[in-house]
Design a protein around this ligand. Structure first.
Ligand code: NAD
Length: 294
């Protein structure tokens, strides 16, 4: 059984990005710049944005955080997006989700200049992804595609079952795997809350991607012998064995499924670090786009 090490792979990619950024500084005296808009004081969002800032710093990417009050109006938020859109020294922008309920998320995302939309959520970029044009890919599916590529996991002609159809994970994942590309060229089934016989369908998968948001949902009886398992879920559960008092588990019951699978991502240390590094890859691409380098 191969343990698909996302932590190690992400670190390798981080070093590659760092070298490219150093090259840009030498050649252009400029580095990629990512701006993050954070609305309100949700602790989880705050942590995510801090991680993004730290990740940028670790590779030499400049980052700026625009912290806005939870009481901000939609118009004021759109003005901030406009401000970043028009700043040529900022190459990529993210708006940390969720936003307060009085703000229309779709309107805000659609307001981002697609060229700066390094989350890959803008409808123009989602459309490009579906058509197979070069574009920014949503971070989690992008990270998973990189893992499949770097671990040389064959996807062509394989049956991939994706459990979950969210706009940020399940749906883009299913599109990317079915595209005429490598990785890709797979036969994809997408399962969701209305799927019947989910267990039976999962058990036919050569590659099973669990992005359902339910702790240890995937058990050994749902997995074909020799399948590749990608666990996207992250859940914090209480533990008396760790200093922090909690530990992380995924959507897959790792202990039993790892005995059946040919390869599996652990939680933590699997998809999570790849998601983080994928945002840096997109920011690098945004910088290159701004200088017509690609
Ligand atoms: P989501 O809640 O938006 O989507 C979950 C999907 O699962 C939905 O499409 C729903 O239809 C489906 N679903 C729910 N219950 C089901 C059931 N009983 N049977 C079949 N399908 C069912 O979640 P998300 O944003 O896609 O995230 C999924 C998980 O991945 C969460 O645990 C989240 O924390 C985690 N996540 C991890 C990363 C990472 O970097 N590792 C990134 C994003 C999300």
């Amino acid at each position: 059984m191969i343990l698909i090490n996302g932590k190690e792979t992400a670190e390798k990619i981080r070093q590659e990005i760092k070298a490219e950024v150093a090259g840009f500084l030498d050649t252009y005296d400029a580095a990629p710049h990512l701006a993050a808009i954070l609305v309100g004081d949700d602790p989880a969002s705050d942590t995510y944005v801090s991680h993004k800032e730290k990740d940028c710093k670790s590779v030499g990417i400049t980052s700026s955080i625009y912290r806005l009050s939870t009481k901000i109006t939609e118009k004021e938020l759109l003005n901030t997006v406009d401000f970043i859109n028009s700043d040529d020294d900022i190459h990529g922008m993210i708006v940390q989700l969720p936003l307060p309920e009085h703000i229309n998320v779709d309107r805000v995302i659609s307001h981002i200049n697609p060229k700066k939309d390094v989350d890959g959520f803008h409808p123009v970029n989602v459309g490009k992804m579906a058509l197979g044009y070069p574009t920014y890919l949503p971070a989690t599916p992008y990270g998973i595609m990189e893992l499949l590529k770097r671990y040389k996991i064959e996807t062509a002609g394989k049956h991939c079952v994706v459990i979950g159809r969210s706009n940020i994970v399940g749906t883009p994942m299913s599109i990317l795997l079915s595209r005429k590309s490598n990785p890709g060229n797979a036969t994809v089934t997408i399962c969701h809350s209305h799927t019947q016989n989910l267990k039976d369908i999962a058990a036919t998968a050569d590659i099973l991607i669990a992005a359902i948001g339910k702790p240890e949902f995937v058990t050994a009886d749902m997995v074909k012998k020799g399948a590749v398992i990608i666990d996207v879920g992250i859940h914090r559960i209480p533990s008396d064995k760790t200093k922090t008092g909690f530990r992380l588990i995924g959507d897959v019951k790792f202990d039993e499924v790892s005995k059946v699978a040919s390869a599996i991502t652990p939680v933590p240390g699997g998809v999570g670090p790849m998601t983080r590094v994928a945002l840096l890859l997109n920011t690098l691409t945004a910088f290159k786009n701004s200088r017509s380098l690609i």
